[in-house]
Design a protein around this ligand. Structure first.
Ligand SMILES: *Cc1c(COP(=O)(O)O)cnc(C)c1O
Length: 434
């Protein structure tokens, strides 16, 4: 096909709108909008075709992107999800992508295919809560221990290594503290370890890119081996469906497909479709607008007398601003510090916590442009106060030790007018100061 040869010359932004229109998953020539396929099982014209389907599934000798998959059963492979996987691989600059029912299912699969009993994971000490629980409650039970270190301290990472360490795992930016981890620096440590190890014992660098999204940061190009994503957040973008993805080298694709087949957390084609048709194609335009607003809100908060500190990678006051500029870039190389920001209210521990809770209640009762809710990466601006919400049972002093400042508030910026968000914040801050 004529357009096929030129595809690589187009922008990623354009390519995720149009997809791999000659994908073996579907013939795009006759559709503008790809179909939602809904068939749990597939008709096989002959036993031979069935046999071939089983033979080629997750077989490293058959490349799913080049050989037309023989569909058998949704849990193995399925066309709507397959098209989303093609496009996510383009967006993240990866060789292959396998999608799961949620972000947590994707993280479980990535760690599940990389680790076996006796192996060790080295993880940054600040992690998404459920990831921390997965590592400490479940992986541990299966004989995979995790050692937590501060990945900003490269000597500490180096010092925590032992011969059983098989995975470096981290998020950047981290939640909710928006610290950054230098992906290239962790890659260099992994390379030094791998130079001394056999091929089957190489250590993998796994990055959760949910906060930045592939629009703001491509960890694979910066040195990661594997990216995990919660599609529930920015990539889905509209807050309608859950999903997760693992993007990485083709050599891991067969195991990821087999893991998904047997553990069973497949992304439903009905949930893949909105991410394919609405979410991913609008990620760039949403992100640009949301980042512009995030910057305006960050500047407003930084100048507000009730606020002690604003943490946003786009502000020169961010302690890792230079790393942010190097690492967080859109596909054209423009600085792309993301849509998440955190700020800390003034006051001693208990006072800051009470003010945070009062601010949340005021927003919930009065603000149209800001919604009190968990989750992030939606077209609506979402706010939460970890101290009085997720960590409410933990005393303020212990919260601080766990990295949760009692006065800390996290915002995920949406598509509302910046002036409205600032006006709603002004009113809520006046309320707690008044
Ligand atoms: C939400 C989130 C996850 C988990 O994703 P789900 O789709 O909710 O399972 C993992 N990592 C980060 C950073 C997240 O924000």
């Amino acid at each position: 096909m004529a357009r096929q040869g030129k595809r690589d010359t187009y922008h990623r932004e354009t390519r995720v709108i149009h997809g791999e229109f000659d994908s073996p998953h579907w013939d795009y020539r006759n559709h503008i909008v790809p179909p939602i396929s809904a068939s749990s099982a597939y008709r096989l014209e002959s036993a031979t075709r069935g046999a071939r389907g089983f033979l080629t599934f997750a077989n490293p000798e058959f490349n799913r992107k080049e050989t037309h998959p023989i569909y058998i059963y949704d849990r193995l492979d399925e066309p709507s999800r397959g098209m989303l996987e093609d496009n996510l691989a383009i967006a993240e600059e990866g060789e292959c992508c396998v999608c799961f029912s949620t972000g947590m299912a994707a993280i479980s699969a990535a760690l599940g295919v990389l680790c076996k009993a006796g192996d060790r994971i080295l993880a940054h000490h600040t992690l998404y809560g459920c990831t921390y629980s997965l590592l400490t409650n479940w992986m541990d039970r299966f004989g995979v221990k995790t050692r937590f270190v501060d990945f900003k301290d490269l000597d500490a990472v180096q010092g925590a290594l032992d011969r059983n360490a098989m995975v470096f795992y981290f998020e950047t930016p981290t939640n909710p503290t928006l610290e950054l981890i230098d992906i290239g620096a962790i890659r260099r440590i992994a390379d030094r370890v791998n130079a001394r190890r056999g091929k089957r014992r190489r250590i993998f660098v796994v990055v959760d890119n949910t906060f930045a999204t592939p629009f703001c940061q491509r960890p694979l190009a910066l040195g990661a081996d594997i990216v995990v994503q919660s599609l529930t957040k920015n990539i889905g973008g509209f807050g309608t469906d859950m999903g997760g993805a693992v993007i990485g080298p083709r050599l891991l694709e067969p195991d990821l497909l087999l893991f998904r087949k047997d553990f069973g957390a497949v992304l439903s084609p009905r949930a893949a479709w909105p991410a394919l048709v609405y979410g991913l194609p609008t990620l760039a335009v949403r992100s640009r607008r949301q980042m512009e607003t995030a910057m305006a809100v960050a500047r407003f908060l930084a100048a507000h007398p009730a606020v002690r500190e604003v943490i946003y990678p786009g502000l020169p006051a961010h302690p890792q601003f230079d790393l942010a500029r190097r690492q967080m870039q859109d596909p054209d190389g423009a600085f792309a510090p993301g849509i998440m920001l955190t700020f800390v209210l003034k006051g001693d521990l208990a006072e800051a916590r009470d003010k945070g809770a009062a601010m949340m209640d005021h927003i919930a009762a009065n603000a149209l442009s800001i919604t009190l809710a968990v989750s992030l990466g939606q077209i609506r601006t979402l706010v939460e106060h970890p101290s009085s919400m997720t960590h409410a049972t933990v005393p303020p002093e212990a919260q601080l030790e766990a990295g949760i400042d009692p006065g800390m508030i996290r915002m995920s910026i949406g598509l509302e007018a910046a002036q409205d968000i600032i006006a709603d914040l002004t009113a809520a801050l006046a309320h707690i100061e008044g």
